[in-house]
Design a protein around this ligand. Structure first.
Ligand SMILES: NC(=O)c1ccc[n+]([C@@H]2O[C@H](COP(=O)([O-])OP(=O)(O)OC[C@H]3O[C@@H](n4cnc5c(N)ncnc54)[C@H](OP(=O)(O)O)[C@@H]3O)[C@@H](O)[C@H]2O)c1
Length: 266
């Protein structure tokens, strides 16, 4: 009988991470879910995890390995959003954004690699975002953290291929979760008309956003493949914006974004 595959999903206490963890349980994986709240959906073994702490990440991965002796899938999902004009955000907020969205990924990867290299197998799937390919106005440091994830994962993929470890990214457009609610803009009056219009436009996308299950199904397909693609776009929006970005000149694309987000009105 084939051995039950083991998966660890970071940020499994809500939203996309909870949906992915549940989907992998349905698909027959033994699933561990890590989050600061240490909550996970039914069927998922919940562990305490703060991806901003080296110690916490190591302890979480050790706990999985102690209980199972193997790790087949890591889903880097934990993330947060701090919105606002770049000038409105402090460098501490910028660092917090990178600490979770970028170094959180790097920490988890560093912790699982010795085991996966020894197994000579494994899949590392990371939640990037449409915002990691096409920046969203007034989400500057979030975009930057996801652009960093893009460069990192593409490099990691090349380096890990010889060990039989596959690296892939998921690029969702807006998904209905609490991510938007956690956005916090500190206010500089000078930016108010543009910031408020841009963030209102994003709320419009959020209002029409599909539930997290669409991402969970995409991740399930990725981990089921022997050779998953580097990027999987999720939602029509992700397809539309990346296609526009590819086909239009920088100037035309910029004009379209300024129009879409009403950035040229005073
Ligand atoms: N929603 C979207 O529109 C969208 C689109 C594209 C990409 N994404 C990406 O999808 C991922 C999941 O976001 P979501 O929309 O599901 O947001 P969410 O509902 O706010 O969930 C975020 C999850 O991350 C966990 N988390 C946050 N900081 C953490 C930390 N330091 N250590 C461990 N876990 C932490 C949270 O759990 P605790 O608070 O319990 O730690 C929570 O489970 C993120 O990487 C996000 O950038 C989202």
């Amino acid at each position: 009988m084939a051995m039950q595959q083991v998966a660890l999903v970071t940020g499994s206490s809500s939203g996309i991470g909870a949906a992915i963890a549940s989907q992998l349980v349905r698909d027959g994986y033994r699933v561990f879910g890590g989050s600061r709240r240490a909550q996970s959906p039914a069927g998922v073994e919940a562990l305490a995890l703060d991806v901003c702490s080296d110690e916490s990440v190591r302890a979480c991965v050790d706990a999985v390995l102690e209980r199972t002796g193997r790790l087949d899938v890591l889903v880097n999902n934990a993330g947060q959003l701090i919105a606002g004009a770049i000038e409105e955000l402090t460098l501490d907020q910028a660092r917090a954004q990178f600490e979770t969205n970028f170094f959180g990924v790097a920490r988890a990867v560093a912790a699982v690699l010795p085991q996966m290299r020894e197994q000579r197998s494994g899949k590392i799937v990371t939640l990037s975002s449409l915002a990691g390919l096409v920046p969203v106005p007034f989400w500057g440091y979030y975009n930057a953290s996801k652009f960093a994830v893009e460069g990192y994962c593409e490099t990691l993929r090349a380096e890990l291929k010889p060990f039989g470890i596959a690296v892939a990214m998921v690029e969702p457009g807006a998904i209905a979760t609490s991510l938007f609610a956690t956005a916090q803009a500190t206010k500089l009056d000078a930016y108010t008309p543009w910031r408020d219009r841009a963030l209102k436009t994003m709320q419009g996308f959020e209002a029409k956003a599909p539930p997290p299950d669409v991402v969970a199904r995409a991740v399930a397909k990725i981990v089921a493949k022997a050779h998953p693609p580097l990027r999987t776009l999720v939602t029509g929006e992700a397809h539309a914006f990346t296609t526009m970005r590819r086909l239009l000149s920088d100037g035309l694309f910029e004009s379209a974004v300024r129009m879409g987000f009403a950035l040229d009105r005073g």
